[in-house]
Design a protein around this ligand. Structure first.
Ligand SMILES: *Cc1c(COP(=O)(O)O)cnc(C)c1O
Length: 377
């Protein structure tokens, strides 16, 4: 029996809690991934990107585990996310807001010690005004756009920004950062272009530490590391690029319960729209998760789940709360009411299911939702 089957048995034994699905999050694996990335980065350090509820895995538990592993820099996207996390983490943990400084949040941000990533001259000025009215200096990170055209100070504003920085001495820039648009494609020329732009910026703004890399950037090599990298997906077991040697461990597994089984004759129509017509007699099982549970509708008639390593294709359309699978490949009676099938686990990675759904692992992970019973290991 392989370890996947063992794991399955363990789940089978506990499916008496009444949940329709179990999302298991291996915090030890997240910690090991942090370790692996940290050793790739040394002497640079690894932050943790825990935005979107740590990619859906639970920002509180994930952040605490990473803090215990030595992480002291945490990035979220929004101020409200930072506010929720602030009381959870000890004071020596710094929390940064990637989307920048939202008007109206300046005082709350300053008082709670949350650190904005300033993305424009306007935001730098706002932070300076807040610092002046509080009569103290305030920390910030300064982001430059090096070619993604999404967030950060655009190239044409850099000269004026340099003047602003000299005037606004009550804003303390901890480091400067930028974000890579194509880091998950090692051979994409945009990486080198952005690196060259970053080099020009460090000439114009000498003396600042640099944060440049997301998960993919870490694998591009030391030139991209700066002093602090910002991995997200890699911590959660997503492979940032087509790495031959993947040093990262899977973090999530998902098992969903069977809610009905049946045998249908040739010609039976399956699911909404009757899109799937049984070619011969088929044994079917309906499992209790659908697109409302983050299994995209694009998996209709394309994806699969597993049981004991046997592939069980999705037949017909994915519904909101359920999916019908073809279990003809299993001995009759293997799956009964309450049995669990593997949606994510040893036989199906995040990347596998993302590919079947025509999306990326990030989207699968962040959409898994809150209807599953969550278990932290
Ligand atoms: C989301 C995000 C990250 C993390 O990206 P991954 O590809 O998940 O590692 C890093 N930096 C910024 C600015 C981001 O928006």
């Amino acid at each position: 029996m392989d370890s996947g089957a063992l794991e399955f048995q363990a789940f089978d034994a506990v499916n008496n809690e009444g949940a329709s699905g179990y999302l298991t999050i291996d915090l030890a694996a997240i910690r090991k991934n942090y370790e692996a990335l940290s050793s790739m980065l040394a002497p640079a350090r690894a932050a943790a990107v825990v935005k979107a509820d740590a990619y859906g895995l639970g920002a509180e538990d994930v952040s605490q585990a990473l803090y215990d592993q030595g992480c002291r820099h945490f990035f979220v996207a929004q101020f409200m996310e930072a506010q929720a996390l602030r009381p959870i983490l000890p004071q020596d943990a710094q929390i940064f807001v990637l989307n920048g400084l939202q008007p109206g949040t300046e005082t709350a941000c300053a008082k709670t010690g949350i650190i904005p990533v300033l993305n424009s001259r306007t935001q730098l000025r706002q932070w300076h005004v807040a610092a002046s009215s509080l009569k103290r200096s305030l920390p910030a990170v300064l982001q430059f756009d090096t070619g993604m055209s999404r967030l950060g100070v655009p190239p044409q504003d850099r000269v004026a920004l340099a003047t602003d920085l000299k005037a606004f001495t009550n804003v303390e820039i901890l480091f400067i950062m930028s974000h890579l648009a194509s880091a998950d494609e090692i051979d994409n020329g945009q990486n080198a272009d952005q690196l060259a732009e970053m080099a020009r910026i460090t000439e114009e703004f000498a003396g600042f530490d640099i944060s440049f890399s997301n998960s993919g950037g870490i694998f591009l090599g030391g030139d991209y590391h700066g002093v602090l990298a910002r991995p997200g997906i890699a911590l959660y077991g997503g492979i940032p690029s087509g790495q031959a040697l993947n040093p990262l461990r899977p973090v999530v597994s998902l098992h969903v319960a069977v809610v009905q089984t049946r045998t249908v004759p040739a010609g039976a129509r399956i699911g909404y729209g009757g899109t799937h017509v049984a070619a011969g007699e088929m044994r079917l099982a309906t499992i209790a998760a659908g697109y409302a549970d983050g299994l995209p509708r694009s998996l209709s008639d394309r994806g699969a789940v597993y049981h004991d390593g046997v592939r069980l294709p999705i037949v017909g359309r994915v519904s909101m709360d359920s999916i019908t699978i073809d279990v003809t490949a299993l001995p009759e009676g293997t799956l009964t009411l309450g049995s669990l099938v593997e949606v994510l686990g040893p036989h199906q990675t995040l990347e596998d299911i993302a590919e079947a759904a025509g999306t990326i692992s990030y989207e699968i992970l962040t959409r898994l939702g809150h209807r599953y019973a969550r278990r932290y290991r």
